[in-house]
Design a protein around this ligand. Structure first.
Ligand SMILES: NC(=O)c1ccc[n+]([C@@H]2O[C@H](COP(=O)([O-])OP(=O)(O)OC[C@H]3O[C@@H](n4cnc5c(N)ncnc54)[C@H](OP(=O)(O)O)[C@@H]3O)[C@@H](O)[C@H]2O)c1
Length: 352
């Protein structure tokens, strides 16, 4: 599959961006995207915890020097993109909002807040119009799912979605990536290994457990998929059930999705809609073993969809498989696309 990164279309070079969490899994990729979009280094502040103060990050043959947050930075910045912890999101967004600085938050803190739009630009860019200073990006499993559902809504009413996820360790952050690599090496060499990030080893294993368990037997991650999807799609009537599984993959989440419609849908129409939808690429030639995988979707911007077929257990259902880079479209790219959309909708906002 040819490498395709569509972020060149971002028209945000003049915007002064603070990347909070610049040393983390999501923040690092946000900087990579900005670099490939030729965003001037002078228009970026790389922010992390005091532990990382002074750390150098390669950027366009120069260095960004990591700083810990200080309120004075807001005098220079137009936007804070926060990819850190909930506590950081809460504290910094309050300070930024008071100074009229836009916040785009990658974490879960504001996602279900009625006063905060939760946005995937391809699906609900219009929700940006009612933001009050904070815009949230969805969970990295929700984003590709809602794009696929939205692309098919003209074919009939979607009444039920059943999804199982296969989630990469970078969904938990950079520490989990290290743990996967260390455990895998140690297991191959029959050496001792530490188990720190997850309750069980992730090397050569699968964990049907992403985030904490709720009393209804689902996990927090699974309920995020249910509730965030309804909010983004503005449809409380869709019945969604999710089973989220952590897998020993570095980057890119995959999902096995069954969608039930109120009426019959034809597979050629499904493929036509998926193909026509911005941000989705159909990669589905099973005769030549072509279908999305975490390896071929990582480092790419699109949601890749394959294995599209009639679901033989349902009268009006389809099954499909998708893979999507959790650090790009699942997080940082979506945040930067939101910023691009804010500028498009409100060009005056960033005039100075
Ligand atoms: N990973 C994903 O696939 C994904 C997808 C969607 C959304 N998200 C969300 O994005 C956020 C970041 O996730 P991640 O995977 O990038 O985590 P991560 O790899 O653990 O990185 C966390 C980042 O937060 C920084 N940080 C911690 N405390 C801070 C403080 N007091 N002030 C400023 N920065 C601070 C860390 O800086 P230090 O290096 O200095 O500690 C680091 O840069 C989370 O809210 C997560 O839910 C992640």
């Amino acid at each position: 599959m040819q490498k395709k990164t569509g972020n060149k279309f971002l028209d945000i070079k003049d915007i002064r961006i603070g990347i909070v969490g610049a040393t983390g899994a999501v923040g690092e990729v946000a900087l990579e995207i900005l670099e490939s979009n030729s965003h001037p280094i002078e228009n970026i502040i790389a922010i992390a915890s005091p532990r990382s103060e002074g750390k150098k990050i390669n950027y366009s043959n120069k260095y960004l020097i990591v700083k810990s947050f200080h309120e004075n930075m807001l005098d220079f910045l137009d936007v804070l993109i926060i990819s850190a912890t909930s506590a950081v999101s809460r504290e910094l967004s309050t300070i930024a909002k008071a100074k009229g600085i836009l916040v785009i938050d990658d974490g879960s803190t504001f996602r279900m807040d009625d006063k905060v739009p939760l946005v995937v630009p391809e699906v609900n860019a219009y929700d940006i119009d009612w933001h009050k200073g904070i815009i949230s990006t969805p969970n990295c499993t929700t984003t590709p799912l809602v794009m696929v559902i939205d692309s098919l809504r003209t074919l009939g009413t979607v009444i039920r979605v059943n999804v199982s996820t296969y989630q990469a360790v970078t969904g938990t952050g950079s520490l989990a990536k290290r743990e996967l690599i260390n455990q895998t090496k140690a297991m191959i060499d029959d050496n001792h290994y530490e188990v720190e990030v997850y309750p069980h080893p992730i090397g050569f294993n699968l964990l049907p457990h992403v985030d904490e368990f709720f009393s209804n037997g689902y996990t927090k991650e699974e309920m995020k998929m249910v509730n965030e999807s309804k909010k983004i799609l503005h449809d409380d009537s869709i019945n969604i059930s999710a089973t989220c599984v952590r897998v020993p993959v570095r980057v890119s989440h995959s999902e096995s999705v069954q969608i039930e419609f109120s009426n019959d849908v034809k597979i050629h129409e499904v493929l036509k809609n998926l193909n026509a939808y911005k941000g989705i690429e159909v990669f589905d030639k099973v005769d030549s073993n072509h279908y999305p995988t975490p390896l071929n979707s990582s480092g790419q911007d699109s949601v890749f969809v394959g294995r599209v077929r009639k679901d033989i257990s349902l009268s009006n259902g389809i099954s499909l498989w998708l893979s999507c880079d959790n650090l790009r479209k699942g997080a940082s790219l979506n945040a930067l696309q939101i910023l691009n959309e804010v500028k498009k909708r409100d060009p005056e906002r960033f005039n100075r």
